[in-house]
Design a protein around this ligand. Structure first.
Ligand code: ADP
Length: 487
């Protein structure tokens, strides 16, 4: 395919800002698409935590650019910094009143305004850079108004005459819903009629919905999730608009950046290992146990979790089942997570109830996340729904057997182990309830006791390949498709 000009805009991109899988995926896309020879220009907000990058410089011609949002004139400036490991330079939209906050995302009343500004600042930066992307690739609700802006506010600009837009939905649970009285903030003038009028009558404006309606292509992050959001309540009220799209919704499974997430090269690990030499895994298990204050017999299995503490992640079905498993089996548990207090309290309570066997670390810790992947025997992901999920794929590469609910990308990346055939890579449970996860935990702990079966399972898991190099070709074909169709 001929080299394309691609503008990737996202509220988080690795390695600059990450709260979850979105950052891993946008960072990987930048890297992989550039490797394929495309001209990739990534944009993200200049958050307070990013401000300290050493080699950042202002972009001439894009300084103190005025932008009206709801009758207030803001000013933004564009900065750029050298990309990591030969990646293309990153562009940062600087607007301190919007992005110098204590967190990337807030519950402040102007949250929608922050990302409307970001979205329009990206378009206006392209104008100033005289950069005419073939494709604007938007991610999640934060940038979902871009397709509509291209067709309205910026339709006059011939620079974008050939530009198309792609929206990727990483999690349809987050839609960027604002009250209807935010209407002036969109600065759409007479084009307000293009907004969903029914929602407006109900007093709402839904950011993601307008991306779904106006993007030239919509993708999501696994084939099963694509089906689920169109056909079931997991579409979170978006089933109708999703199904109304002529071209449908394409599910492209996320990939893994194996240069970051492979125990043979993982820079966070003191002891590296691979399928031919599993000795290092035990060293990591000991280091993890020591570091977290666990005191487990060498033969005891260790279950790991790294997760946002959010309802989506399925912790509710562990409330009964996990204590029962810990009472009846000798397993240990280590959990790293941040988010809702009630889930944090649950895990902190388990740590008190099972001293030396359960450890809970609250917060965000990249190094510990890698060590948990490497040092645990099994990895628990009981998500109620999971658009793709990355940790189960990381786990596979580390020989850490995933225990997952059959939903979304978990269903697409883990096959239930068949001990008789020796096939499969993990434990997959069907129903989202406590008995099912209880069964899954016990089943996996039983497999662990059968050493030949467990070794086979580990080898199967470690052989699974979810390289980005394959998945990124699917994005290339989406770009090719939107460019060959008329606007
Ligand atoms: P989601 O994006 O819904 O949170 P994913 O599985 O797609 O779920 O991606 C989660 C990413 O965030 C993984 O790379 C995971 O390791 C990381 N992560 C989640 N919580 C933490 C945490 N508390 N500390 C470090 N990394 C975390």
């Amino acid at each position: 395919m001929a080299a394309l000009k691609l503008c990737i805009l996202s509220s988080e991109i690795m390695p600059y800002a990450k709260t979850g899988g979105l950052a891993d995926v946008t960072g990987a896309l930048v890297h992989e698409l550039a490797l394929l020879g495309h001209e990739v220009r990534p944009f993200m907000p200049l958050y307070a935590s990013v401000r300290r990058l050493p080699d950042m410089s202002r972009v001439a011609g894009a300084e103190a650019v005025p932008l009206d949002i709801g009758g207030v004139t803001y000013e933004f400036s564009l900065w750029s910094a050298r990309g990591p490991d030969g990646d293309p330079p990153m562009y940062f939209v600087d607007c301190p009143p919007m992005f110098d906050r204590s967190a990337f995302y807030t519950t402040d009343p102007d949250e929608h305004r922050r990302f409307l500004l970001f979205t329009r600042a990206v378009i206006e930066s392209c104008q100033r850079l005289k950069f005419a992307p073939d494709v604007f690739h938007c991610h999640d609700w934060h940038t979902a108004f871009l397709p509509l802006y291209l067709k309205t506010t910026y339709a006059w600009d011939r620079l974008f005459a050939g530009s198309r837009s792609v929206l990727t939905i990483h999690n349809i649970g987050y839609q960027g819903i604002m009250p209807a009285d935010a209407l002036p903030d969109l600065e759409l003038g007479t084009e307000e009629s293009r907004l969903d009028q029914r929602d407006l009558r109900f007093g709402l404006i839904n950011s993601l919905k307008h991306g779904i309606i106006y993007a030239d292509a919509v993708t999501t992050v696994s084939p099963t999730y694509a089906r689920e959001i169109c056909e079931t309540s997991l579409g979170m009220q978006m089933q109708g608009v999703l199904r109304a799209r002529a071209g449908g919704i394409l599910g492209i499974l996320n990939g893994v950046e194996y240069q970051d997430w492979d125990p043979r090269v993982d820079r966070y690990l003191a002891a590296r290992f691979g399928p031919e030499d599993l000795g290092g895994k035990l060293v990591n298990k000991q280091l993890l146990a020591q570091g977290c204050g666990l005191d487990l017999p060498a033969s005891a299995p260790l279950i790991g979790m790294v997760t946002r503490l959010a309802e989506q992640k399925g912790i509710d079905i562990l409330f009964d089942s996990l204590p029962r498993v810990l009472e009846s089996r000798s397993a240990g548990l280590v959990v790293l997570g941040s988010g809702d207090a009630r889930y944090a309290e649950f895990f902190a309570g388990l740590a008190v109830r099972f001293p030396g066997r359960v450890a809970f670390r609250s917060g965000y810790d990249e190094a510990l996340a890698h060590l948990i992947e490497a040092g645990s025997d099994m990895f628990l992901m009981p998500s109620r729904y999971e658009p793709c999920g990355l940790n189960q794929m990381y786990s596979l590469r580390y020989g850490t057997i995933p225990i997952v609910h059959r939903t979304g990308g978990l269903a697409d990346s883990v096959q239930h182990f068949d001990a008789a055939q020796g096939s499969g890579t993990g434990c997959v449970f069907e129903h989202y309830d406590a008995p099912a996860v209880h069964w899954a935990l016990n089943t996996t702990l039983d497999w662990f006791q059968d050493r030949p079966a467990w070794l086979r399972l580990m080898q199967n898991a470690m052989a699974a390949d979810f390289s980005w190099s394959r998945q990124v070709r699917e994005y290339e074909s989406v770009y090719g498709r939107v460019l060959s169709s008329s606007a």
